[in-house]
Design a protein around this ligand. Structure first.
Ligand code: GDP
Ligand code: ZN
Length: 461
């Protein structure tokens, strides 16, 4: 049997922070060669089967190095799929592995459907059906694991940043302490009012930056909260159903907040989406009708992504225009559905209303345009702010809560300094900031703060 070359991210169980982009098919080695730069002039097409090679993934269009990798080449038929297989081992977490996958896809591979490698193994006679089913279960576990690996890496970076901030606070407190208790130490820089406030402002700004990244962390953990809006009958339910059916549902164990909405988790080209379906949408009821204007505003406010659906076969109505207005500050993809029917919508006006938002035309009935929509979703996510900024992601709600408290404490210190309150009051607020940040990284404080101060600075020895 002959199939095209497919690729996907597959992370092995029981290994550390490594993610694998796997290719299978006739052109697997050829495609990998286009983006692989090994040592010297090594080409993967020339290497023996079942060997592993060190090198870099380089974007052939820009010459930019994307990842440091180990590449395994396995030739048919002694492979899992009985086709040529290449595995690109990346260690840079979810985002760099996704960049490698994107490169593989732009250089000739097709994104594998969930379980497609297994399906090939089955079709090529490599495994039987019960084995295929067992592997499918494993695949599900692997996807969750890939997510966890990426998240734990991010948390490592978070701890490092928090430690740096705590160190700053500690040094600041040490200076204050020296000024209070050891006025004779004139070789220690005097902590002036101005310096104290500078340090406190710095700490506050850094906490703010971390809190800003928590939005993206939330996206990774919970999925991009996606709300489908549109007038009745434009195709919202049909859209939800095609997204769910085209993509593998993500299994999650996120602790249930009180939910009066139905949520579907799907993985759209590596982007975890949490499709929020207010209880009514499925039953062809309008979100506003079903849960009231106030509630639907709340749902909208929490959304990371809005899919605004219009009907190609009807003229725009004032209600459509109101929907544009309601989501004007958000990330929106405009979907003009029912292109199988005659055009009645004014596309010029749609473009005017949409501004910079992507517009995708679909016929959900004929299953057309769904690829384009998925492409729009994934490029919004992967080429957006998230990839450009090299941020640390705060994803844990306990961490987020502690960061908010720490921010409050340092702000109290700042207003205290500004109001000229006694320095030991300011110390209390800064100490509390330090402790709250410590709780995030789980540092158990055996010694008192003062002990720590002195062990760090060896004062008065
Ligand atoms: P909702 O009220 O916005 O959720 O719309 P539905 O998804 O329930 O769809 C309303 C009707 O439009 C149903 O009868 C669908 O089968 C039909 N429909 C959805 N998408 C299309 C399409 O692309 N073309 C056509 N002709 N009909 C569609
Ligand atoms: Zn509906």
């Amino acid at each position: 049997m002959e199939f095209d070359t497919i690729a996907a991210i597959s992370t092995p169980l029981g290994e550390g922070a490594i993610a694998i982009v796997r290719l299978s098919g006739n052109e697997a080695i050829q495609i990998a060669d286009k983006i692989f730069k090994g040592v010297g002039d090594k080409r993967l097409k020339d290497v023996p089967s079942h060997t592993i090679h060190y090198g870099h993934i380089v974007d052939p269009s820009s010459g930019q190095t994307v990842e440091e990798v180990m590449v395994t080449v396995m030739r048919a038929p002694k492979t899992f799929t009985r086709e040529d297989v290449v595995e690109i081992n990346c260690h840079g977490g979810l985002f760099s592995v996704n960049r490698v996958l994107q490169l593989v896809l732009t250089n000739g591979a097709r994104l594998a459907e969930p379980g497609e490698f297994t399906k090939r193994a089955f079709l090529n006679g490599r495994i039987d059906l019960s084995q295929a089913e067992a592997v499918m279960d494993l695949i599900r576990a692997k996807t969750d694991r890939a997510m966890n690996v990426a998240l734990s890496q991010m948390e490592g970076r978070l701890s490092k940043l928090i430690r740096g901030l705590r160190q700053t606070i500690l040094e600041t407190l040490a200076h204050v302490e020296v000024n209070i208790d050891y006025p004779e130490y004139d070789d220690v820089e005097e902590m002036t009012h101005k310096m104290l406030i500078e340090k406190a402002l710095y700490v506050r700004d850094e906490i703010n930056k971390l809190l800003q990244t928590s939005q993206q962390g939330k996206i990774l953990r919970e999925g991009l909260a996606t709300v489908i809006i549109g007038r009745p009958n434009v195709g919202k339910s049909s859209l939800l159903n095609s997204l769910v059916h085209e993509n593998k549902a993500i299994v999650t164990d996120i602790p249930g907040t009180t939910r009066d909405v139905i949520e579907e988790y799907v993985n759209v080209r590596g982007v975890p989406l949490r499709l929020i379906d207010t209880a009514g949408i499925r039953e062809t009821e309008d979100i506003v009708e079903r849960i009231g204007v106030e509630r639907s505003r709340e749902v909208l406010k929490k959304a990371d992504l809005i899919l605004l659906v219009l009907n190609y076969n009807e003229e725009l109505t004032p209600e459509d225009e109101q929907l544009f207005e309601a989501v004007k500050d958000m990330d929106v993809i405009v979907i003009v559905n029912k292109t199988d029917l005659p055009q009645k919508i004014d596309m010029g006006r749609v473009r005017e209303l949409a501004g910079n938002w992507p517009i995708v035309t679909t016929s959900l009935l004929q299953e057309k345009g769904i690829d384009e929509l998925e492409e729009a979703i994934s490029s919004l996510f992967f080429t957006g702010a998230i990839e450009a900024k090299d941020l640390t992601y705060v994803s844990n709600s306990r961490h987020i809560a502690l960061l908010h408290q720490a921010k409050q404490a340092v702000e109290e210190a700042i207003s205290g300094i500004e109001a000229g309150v006694p320095i030991d009051i300011v110390q209390i607020d800064l100490t509390r900031t330090w402790e709250l940040l410590g709780e995030i990284i789980g540092d158990t404080v055996h010694e008192s703060l003062i002990d720590q101060l002195f062990s760090q600075f060896c004062l008065g020895k």
